[in-house]
Design a protein around this ligand. Sequence first.
Ligand code: FMN
Length: 147
Amino acid sequence: MKTVIIYASVHHGNTKKIVEAIASKNDVAVFDILSKGEINLEEYDCIGIASGIAYGKYYPQMIKFVEENLPGNKKVFFIHTAGSPRENHNSAVKAVAKSGGCECLGTYFCKGFDTYGPFKLIGGIAKGHPDSTEIQGAVDFFDKIVK
Ligand SMILES: Cc1cc2nc3c(=O)[nH]c(=O)nc-3n(C[C@H](O)[C@H](O)[C@H](O)COP(=O)(O)O)c2cc1C
């Protein structure tokens, strides 16, 4: 299955760490949606959507990118990191994918170092995350759902 993970990781590169760990062990393409590059998602059978969380949702740039570029009827999966992660942080992008007839294979989420707003004053929360166990968890998740 030809697979790509598209990602947005702007705060501390937390989500990028996870995406890179998966890519280092698998034949999977990665694409930073905030780069100037271009990608044709039609070429892939399976598309991973990975993002940090802002105000309870995937970054607005990712939501917009998915709305504009995700083809219908693909297999998709979700990865996110957040200061206080919850599975349903992916609700908005998941709704877009489902409305296009995509099949949702699963979601992986874990803590990511967060120094946004008032948390900066206390040195941030979820310091040291994602840690090696969480990164391995993401690799295992990928093995389970995509391989
Ligand atoms: C503008 C902004 C808003 C955020 N809002 C939330 C939030 O609503 N809930 C949460 O748990 N974390 C929130 N965070 C923390 C990030 O989601 C977290 O640090 C994440 O791991 C960042 O991923 P990245 O380094 O890949 O960009 C926010 C961070 C920023 C910069």
